[in-house]
Write a protein that binds this ligand. Structure first.
Ligand SMILES: Nc1ncnc2c1ncn2[C@@H]1O[C@H](COP(=O)(O)OP(=O)(O)OP(=O)(O)O)[C@@H](O)[C@H]1O
Ligand SMILES: [Mg+2]
Length: 340
């Protein structure tokens, strides 16, 4: 049976393709046709890799073969084909990551935890360093509004994966196009998904997947029932997704897919899509044209978020300042901890 990879590689058509794969009848051979050469955006590449890997794993008795994959040298270079098991091109993480891109890269969560223990630091500190490293690869700098915005946003999304997803690893892929004034970052895990993540908090136990992704984006909403209590800077407060989606939406786009729900948001628009994803995948699309100072932006979102949280049932409305509401420089140095 021939399965045609969709011509449009925009996330909505990949989500539709995932549903199509689910409905395919049993066959001895599935031949995936990658078609003519075209642009594979980072997040689309991640989604497609996850979906194809899931299909491969669900059909252990069938043969899966690729055709026309050799047209896609750039995707091959970024580790796309190897990330779902096809022996073609680079392995994930093998491309050097220059020219403002991060190839498909797998981060091992257990390894991150071990590194934190070995270095006597918090997991959040290790993730902060990882996020800064990735933002540095993309921007070729270690300061400025774009660097700050990217390291903050990447940190918050990978923190969520590590803190909430229960997945063993996460995938990240990103690219910055200076001439287009655009950065795209995709981060995905195959964990428990947003709905089950939120259900840990009794206030949000009855939401379905669609309601859960909408609710998780609101300020003060956390699956951690202890959100907002305590003074630890890495304590959850329910602001990570709220802040990152607001950052992306000023000029760019934010997308989140989890289970059977997906949501794409721009400054004025909300697109509700049927999803079909194991775990959680987030796309950050940031417009780098006239990017505002991140510190001021976070402060404003923080204040607006606090006010909005008062009206959201179950939201954390405490005033503890935690990492998701601040830039790293705002809390570094405050938390020197020599305990052991
Ligand atoms: N990758 C994920 N897997 C499972 N659940 C998730 C994931 N990302 C987010 N969630 C759920 O969405 C909730 C809201 O996330 P958000 O980042 O806004 O707040 P938080 O992580 O709880 O707190 P903070 O970001 O302030 O530390 C999480 O508490 C969790 O229940
Ligand atoms: Mg968070």
């Amino acid at each position: 049976m021939i399965v045609t990879i969709p011509n449009s590689l925009a996330p909505p058509s990949i989500l539709a393709f995932a549903a199509e794969l689910d409905g395919l009848p049993a066959a001895e051979l599935y031949e995936f046709d990658f078609g003519r050469s075209r642009w594979f955006p980072p997040f689309s590449m991640l989604l497609l890799a996850i979906i194809l890997k899931r299909f491969r794993d669900a059909h252990p008795e069938s043969r899966c073969r690729a055709r026309n994959h050799e047209h896609h040298t750039y995707a091959a270079h970024l580790g796309f084909f190897r990330s779902f098991g096809l022996q073609h091109g680079n392995s994930p993480g093998a491309a050097p990551g220059s020219d403002n891109y991060v190839p498909i890269t797998r981060l091992d969560i257990e390894e991150i935890r071990r590194e934190a223990v070995d270095r006597w630091v918090e997991v959040g500190d290790v993730l902060e360093a990882k996020a800064r490293e990735l933002a540095g690869v993309l921007t070729r700098t270690d300061q400025g509004a774009l660097f700050d915005t990217l390291s903050y946003s990447i940190r918050e999304i990978i923190r969520n994966t590590v803190e909430h997803s229960e997945a063993p690893d996460l995938l990240i892929c990103a690219q910055y196009w200076p001439t287009r004034n655009e950065v795209e970052v995709g981060i995905a895990d195959a964990g428990i998904g947003i709905m089950r993540g939120l259900q840990r908090n009794p206030s949000f136990a009855d939401l379905d997947e669609r309601q859960a992704i909408q609710t998780a984006l609101m300020p003060g909403v956390s699956g951690n029932p202890l959100a907002g209590t305590g003074t630890d800077v890495w304590q959850n407060s329910g602001y990570g997704l709220y802040m990152t989606n607001r950052i992306c939406r000023s000029g760019g786009k934010f997308m989140i897919c989890s289970g059977n729900a997906a949501l794409q948001l721009t400054a004025n628009d909300k697109m509700d899509l049927a999803g079909n994803m194991p775990g959680t995948a987030v796309r950050l699309l940031i417009n780098t044209d006239r990017l505002p100072d991140l510190r001021e932006q976070l402060q404003r979102f923080h204040e607006e978020g606090r006010r909005a949280a008062q009206t959201i049932r179950g939201a954390n409305t405490s005033f503890a300042s935690t990492a998701s509401q601040m830039l790293s420089e705002d809390f570094q140095g405050n938390e020197i901890d020599d305990d052991f």
